[in-house]
Design a protein around this ligand. Sequence first.
Ligand code: ADP
Ligand code: MG
Length: 384
Amino acid sequence: IVPEMEKPEAAGERNCGGDHSRILVFVRLRPMAKRERDAGSRCCVRIVNRRDVYLTEFGNENDYLRLKRLRGRHFAFDASFPDSATQQEVYSATTAELVEAVLQGRNGSVFCYGATGAGKTYTMLGTVENPGVMVLAIKDLFTKIRQRSCDGNHLVHLSYLEVYNETVRDLLSPGRPLVLREDKQGIVAAGLTQYRAYSTDEVMALLFQGNQNRTTEPTRANETSSRSHAILQVVVEYRVKDAAMNVVNRVGKLSLIDLAGSERALATDQRTLRSLEGANINRSLLALSSCINALVEGKRHIPYRNSKLTQLLKDSLGGSCNTVMIANISPSNLSFGETQNTLHWADRAKQIRTKACEVNEETLPVPESETDQAKLLLELQKEN
Ligand code: ADP
Ligand code: MG
């Protein structure tokens, strides 16, 4: 039973076609884990109408009735997924539009954030039986390319990289750390593997292998470090002829990001931020929260340069890009503080405005004989 109460402001109008000027924000609640149930957890999150999220401290029925008086415990997002939501539902609602836009030469990015164990990797990569957003996006991309193969040849390239402890590594070809440098497309990791992909199965194997290459904590060699960020970049390039028979090259880039665990790392006020900077915690996540704060406050200077992660995400946060955030949360009252923090950040991210998402295209020089002008010249010559 959820009490009647004043609705928080909805996230706002959503434009069609994957072209929007603000970050779309989604929340996904995962099922209660056995270990949480064994520890006597109660569920402290309730999702209503696939939109509203109610959070109570102790998970009592009475708490929900008292919610009216508890401020800051009711949130609304573009969509909120209950623990019964399938991988396909999450993909369709959050990312499918972005894949369509990437095929038209636009950039898109999706990032998952939340505390360790909240379901980020499950949402992004998933399992072999229940593949997540990364795999479903590639599958959808190949299906769509097959359907429209008549309008040109599409090239699909993948890169999969990790940011760990301010070091960038290639997950498809582990080796020396990569150096970031600026080129005309933005910040790129020099020497990063660009894998030419042909089929979903092959990509799925590649991604699971890449995930195995993520950094692990020395004490827990089987678990990916909670401080590791993984970024999958899918670049789709194709050529079409425009009305004037010019060859146009279009390039769309989709970035799918599984962020490090956000516990203790995301602070709202500058004082807490500074005290955290001294401690040995994730510099990239701190920098991300500083950038989000600056973007929300409409600051002219956004401190992207403060970390590797924010340099790599510069385009996605403040550039011409369709951006989606998925906040992952646990239902257990034992994670109440982390869930509240995650929901707070998700709520804040709704205010970030992005630039209009433009098509990346370039008209290529064509052999003279193919241009209309050349044909015209030929005809003139014949007439003389
Ligand atoms: P994170 O990457 O945020 O640290 P994981 O994605 O590894 O968390 O999730 C922690 C555990 O919960 C994993 O065993 C995962 O399989 C499981 N899990 C997470 N989300 C779901 C879900 N929606 N449905 C079923 N199991 C899930
Ligand atoms: Mg993970």
